[in-house]
Design a protein around this ligand. Sequence first.
Ligand SMILES: Cc1cc2nc3c(=O)[nH]c(=O)nc-3n(C[C@H](O)[C@H](O)[C@H](O)COP(=O)(O)OP(=O)(O)OC[C@H]3O[C@@H](n4cnc5c(N)ncnc54)[C@H](O)[C@@H]3O)c2cc1C
Length: 307
Amino acid sequence: MIYDLVIIGGGPAASAAAVYAARKKLKSVIIAEAFGGQSTVSPDIQNWIGTVSISGEKLASDLRAHVQAYAEGTLDIVEGSRAKTVDKTGNHSVITLENGVHYESKTVLIATGSERRKLTVPGAAEFEHKGLTYCASCDGPLFSDMDVAVIGGGNAGFETAAQLLAYCKSVTLFDKGEHFKADPITMEKVLADPKMHALPNTELLAVKGEGMVTTLSYRDKTTNEEHELPVGGIFVEIGQVPSTDIVANLVERNQWNHIKIDPRTQQTTARGIWAAGDCTDVLYHQNNIAVGDAVRAVEDIYLSLFK
Ligand SMILES: Cc1cc2nc3c(=O)[nH]c(=O)nc-3n(C[C@H](O)[C@H](O)[C@H](O)COP(=O)(O)OP(=O)(O)OC[C@H]3O[C@@H](n4cnc5c(N)ncnc54)[C@H](O)[C@@H]3O)c2cc1C
C-alpha cells in the first residue's frame, strides 16, 4: 500500500499535521517515538494559545488524545517507534523504522524537532543520570540542599539556576563565553541571590565522581588556572540540536543542520518532502509556531497531491 503522507515526529508540529491530514482524509501514518515534544518536561507553559497555563505533561496527553480521536479514519498511528531512514524511489519515499518495518508514501512531512545538545567532556556520558542531568524541572528537587552547577549562560541556563536556587545550597553557573546571553532582567534577578555564583569565560575539563558526580573540573580562561569544584549535581543547558540526520542525504540543511524550507509552503529542497517545526531553519522555535508551520505544510501537501 502507498500512503498519501507519512508524518515523522510526535511533538506539536507532527500532532497538528496528523489532525489536519486526517480531516482532509489523506491516507496517512504518523510515526511518533513519543507524543508531546520538548516542552513535555516543562512544569508550566503559559503561552499555549487558548490555555492560560498548562503543564508539559498535560499538553503531551492532549496532543496524543487529539491525534487518537482520528484513529478510526484514514490515519494510522505508530507510537513508540523511531523512523531510521528516508529514501527516494522514483516519485515515492520509503520510510524505514528502527524495527525494520517500512512505509511507502507519495509525500513525507519531517517534524522531528530537536534534542538537547550533550556535554562532551570526559565523564559527562558516564555520569548522565548519575548526578548529571538535562532536565532541572524533572530532577531538580532530588538535589535539595546540595551544591550544584549549571552549564550554559543563556536564558535556559539562568532559568534553571533560578529554579534550583529555591532549594539548593548553592548554584554555580558556567559559560564558555566572556558574557552571558540571557535576558538582562532574568540575569539581574538570579545574580542578586547570595547563593548564586557565576563563572563566565571558563572551559569545562571533566566531570568526576564515584558512582555519582562529586566534582567538576574547569579552567579559568582569563588566568589559565585549573580548578575543581565539589558538586552534587550538574544541570546542562547548552542548547538544542535538530534531529535531521534521517534526511541528511536527501535535503539541504543549514550550518546548524536545520532543514532548509520555503517559508511560504514548508517544502524542502527534495521533491515530495516537507518539514515543519524546530527541525527547520525558521528563525523562531515555539510550540505555536511549530503547529502553524505544520498546518501550512499539510495544506501545501494536500494541494500537491490533488493538482
Ligand atoms: C524545556 C523547554 C521548555 C519549552 N517551553 C516552551 C513554552 O513554554 N512555550 C513554547 O511555545 N515553546 C516552548 N519550548 C519550545 C517548544 O517545546 C518547541 O518549539 C516545540 O516543541 C517544537 O515542536 P516540534 O513538534 O517541532 O518538535 P519537538 O517538540 O522537538 O518534537 C519532536 C518529536 O519527534 C520525535 N522524533 C524525533 N525523531 C524521530 C524519529 N526519527 N522518529 C519518530 N519520532 C521522532 C521526538 O521524540 C519528539 O517527540 C520549550 C522547549 C524546551 C526544551
